[in-house]
Design a protein around this ligand. Structure first.
Ligand code: SAM
Length: 352
């Protein structure tokens, strides 16, 4: 008798909307990106090349090729304010870094998740291992290298564009200091073309634009305008780089045990349902640092959709996808429970 083949992805992908704001698709992420709103944060926790879940390559060798179409889509749809948190094994990341760089993702920092020596217990045979047990994963932060166009449409890096716009006004460079009300910080920090360049704060940018308009050559194209037509505002300029909400005392080494207890999603045999469920504490650390409530978060490789759970808790809007039916179903259950808790909490608050 012929065996019935169950397709991995149904013809018309299922979609689940949790009350609050998390939408998860039973679909290949590649088919989702174009229909999702553009993201402030991308939490990418896909294949590591460890062969741990169905469909995951069992070597990191070709991970760069595997990720390339996803990386291209993230680049195409990212905003200047977007941060990408790329989770992987160390060697997996090494394979993918050059692809990310090629698509204009600028490396900021690699964070090491140290699960601690407890993670070794029972998993290590000293006679055969011939190396130290691995208890880490890596989470690498990337931001966009934004380019801005001149009046002729030529794309320039941000520091080149700032210099270009000032020169267009015909004013000498030292006048940027007067425009910003500083002794020499503007020429030294915002208009230098070397590695000591700083992104100008929004109030200084608006001051520069107003000064150039008042004292520079008359023009139909407002100086430092982002669309070439309307004067620059502080709000617009603030969104020209990745968001960052600083938390003191956090370093790039994260000591955090693997998920356990009630947070761990279990299958019927009480075994962990997904080998790669991320701790909500680490999701919170990254997403809270790089976005605000109301922002859009993408979780293309959903698994149990930890970033979507975090979005429900923190007032963000998450769009997630997962290809494997069992993981998709478990994520839907998890998000349903989460939004029920949330509704109960809301009802209690309303009654109080
Ligand atoms: C490392 S796990 C994610 C775990 C998740 N961060 C969590 O906390 O539960 C990666 C997941 O991505 C899914 N996946 C792999 N390729 C995918 C694709 N092209 N589109 C959507 N999901 C995919 C896998 O089935 C797997 O469940």
């Amino acid at each position: 008798m012929k065996k019935k083949v169950v397709p991995l992805i149904p013809k018309s992908p299922a979609e689940f909307n949790a009350t609050g704001s998390a939408t998860v698709y039973h679909a290949d992420a590649m088919t989702c990106y174009a229909k999702w709103p553009r993201p402030t944060v991308i939490v990418a926790d896909g294949p590591y090349g460890l062969g741990k879940f169905p469909g995951e390559p069992n070597t990191a060798d070709n991970l760069g090729e595997w990720y390339a179409p996803h990386v291209a889509e993230w680049a195409r749809l990212a905003l200047p304010e977007t941060t990408l948190w790329f989770w992987c094994s160390e060697v997996g990341w090494a394979e993918v870094h050059s692809v990310l760089k090629m698509h204009g993702w600028r490396y900021k920092a690699a964070h090491i998740w140290d699960k601690g020596v407890g993670h070794v217990a029972g998993n290590c045979n000293g006679d055969t291992i011939h190396g130290f047990p691995v208890v880490t994963e890596i989470c690498v932060q990337y931001v966009r290298d934004t380019q801005l166009a001149t009046e002729d449409g030529e794309p320039l890096s941000m520091k080149q564009w700032l210099r270009h716009e000032w020169q267009r006004s015909g004013l000498p460079l030292y006048k940027t200091n007067e425009a910003c009300g500083v002794v020499n910080a503007a020429t030294r920090k915002y208009f230098t073309q070397c590695h000591l360049w700083y992104f100008p704060p929004a109030d200084k940018m608006v001051a520069l634009a107003e000064y150039a308009t008042k004292h520079g050559q008359p023009t139909d194209r407002p100086y430092f305008s982002l669309d070439g037509e309307t004067p620059l505002t502080e709000r617009q300029w603030e969104r020209m780089r990745a968001k960052w909400n600083h938390a003191h005392g956090v370093t790039n080494v994260w000591n955090e045990p693997a998920v356990r207890g009630t947070e761990r999603v279990k299958s019927t045999g009480l075994k962990a349902l997904h080998m790669n469920q991320k701790p909500l504490r680490l999701i919170d650390r990254t997403v809270a640092a790089s976005s605000d409530p109301g922002d859009v978060v993408w979780e293309p490789f959903g698994g149990l959709c930890s970033a979507a759970v975090h979005s429900l808790r923190s007032g963000r809007h998450c769009y997630a996808s997962e290809v494997i039916p069992d993981f998709y179903a478990a994520a839907v259950r998890r998000l349903t429970e989460e939004s029920e808790i949330d509704n109960t909490r809301r009802a209690e608050t309303n009654r109080a």
